[in-house]
Design a protein around this ligand. Structure first.
Ligand SMILES: Cc1ncc(COP(=O)(O)O)c(C=O)c1O
Length: 407
């Protein structure tokens, strides 16, 4: 609670003591600052595709502006966008929802934050399998809920097992968050695994929040099935959250959406109506083009990500004592650098992944995200959403750094 004390003339609300700045956004900001100072930083930190938004999506935004679609829209999105979301869920996920069962928000992060505010309150507990996306815990705490972090292990591909889920369910647990493929590991559940988790979810009456933002980005023939398509009976206790950020290279446009029971969607619209109102009207028009237009752009980006994934995994495999679960999806690898911790090099004490990340950026101009904030203190996250040239340069730097640490 030091924020209120440090600004006596304008103290901050107590809730600020509950949250910390996003670790991933902090790395992005640090990289930008060093680059401004003229440093040649390789950025493995950023969690966004390096591709530009496809042309037909941008053209739809330009057309919307020209047509004067620059006014408020209904809070949860235009009728056209809601229909596009409904169409997408049926086409890609085999999920049937009506227009009154979906809501568009200002990015997947906003969708999740609004959903948490609509569903949870003081005393509620929510299971979050670790390693987890940095924002879940903070967003839950802001909603008054307590995240129950359930570790998963490397041998099991960092996937939550039904036994671990069952064991974590105490009397106050109301929900579980499933993120498949996941950030930061790229862990993804196959149909059998989803089925087994569904048995526990159904039996224990949990809510399930399925964060599907990386659903279209999978590798090696892995196809992400949807838990609700496999087990439609869970629908009354489930929310589907997704975003256009990752699949369509639209991180800056800010468009996410949620599908779920009508009363929850209406509650989210009430909250949103008092906070942000509608997502940007021009973004909404672009989103309609993204969701209903040609989908080849995703395959093209995916092919490039797949090539980079193979390259990074090969380079990691060549590093002594580094282990890494091959990701089934997303665009991250999450190597375990435990063997390099607990050492001192050039005045740097490497006690944890964040010490290592600080060393890499200071001495090698290499930006990675430390695992601590993902719930994995011996790992670092490398995003391969960057060019092959940068990947080569960055992996060379990592290899050199680890050689120095080991020597
Ligand atoms: C797992 C996960 N969920 C949700 C989001 C939110 O994405 P956005 O707010 O850009 O739609 C992210 C972004 O990094 C993510 O990694």
């Amino acid at each position: 609670m030091n924020a209120p004390q440090t600004h006596p003339s304008m103290p901050l609300a107590r809730r600020l003591a509950l949250v910390k700045p996003s670790a991933t956004l902090a790395v992005t900001a640090a990289t930008a600052m060093l680059r401004q100072q003229g440093k040649d930083v390789v950025d493995f930190g950023t969690g966004e595709p390096d591709f530009d938004t496809p042309e037909h999506i941008k053209a739809a935004a330009v057309a919307a502006m020209a047509a004067g679609q620059t006014k408020y829209t209904p809070v949860g999105g235009t009728a056209a966008l809601k229909q596009a979301i409904v169409t997408k869920l049926a086409r890609d996920n085999q999920l049937t929802y009506g227009s009154d069962e979906v809501i568009a928000s200002c990015g997947g992060k906003h969708s999740l934050a609004t959903a948490f505010l609509a569903l949870f309150q003081e005393g509620d507990e929510v299971i979050v399998p670790a390693p987890f996306w940095v924002s879940y815990a903070d967003m839950l705490v802001l909603a008054g809920a307590k995240p129950i972090i359930v570790p998963t292990d490397e041998r099991g591909g960092f996937r939550l097992t039904p036994a671990a889920l069952e064991a974590a369910i105490g009397p106050r647990v109301r929900a579980v968050i499933l993120n498949s493929p996941s950030n930061p590991v790229g862990a993804a559940y196959d149909a059998d695994e989803l089925g087994a988790l569904s048995d526990v979810i159904a039996h224990r009456g949990l809510l399930v929040i399925s964060d599907d933002v990386y659903e279209r980005l999978t590798y090696g023939g892995f196809v992400q099935r949807h838990i609700l398509a496999l087990r439609p009976e869970l629908r009354p206790q489930a929310l589907v959250v997704s975003s256009l950020s990752k699949s369509y290279a639209m991180t800056g446009w800010r468009l996410g959406y949620t599908a779920g029971p009508k009363h929850v969607i209406a509650a989210m619209a009430t909250l949103q109506g008092q906070q942000t109102s509608n997502p940007c009207s021009i973004t909404q028009a672009a989103a309609v083009a993204a969701l209903t237009g040609p989908q080849e752009c995703i395959g093209q980006m995916l092919a490039e990500f797949a090539r980079r994934r193979v390259y990074v995994l090969e380079r990691l495999a060549a590093l002594p004592e580094v282990t890494c679960v091959p990701p089934r999806g997303a665009f991250y690898v999450f190597p375990n650098l435990r063997a390099y911790l607990g050492r001192t090099v050039g005045g740097y004490e490497l006690r944890s992944a964040s010490d290592l990340a600080a060393y890499l950026i200071a001495e090698y101009n290499l930006a990675v995200v430390a695992g601590e904030d993902f719930g994995a203190p011996t790992h670092i996250r490398i995003s391969y959403a960057t060019s092959m040239g940068e990947l080569e340069k960055g992996m060379d730097r990592l290899a050199r750094a680890l050689r120095t640490i080991a020597s």
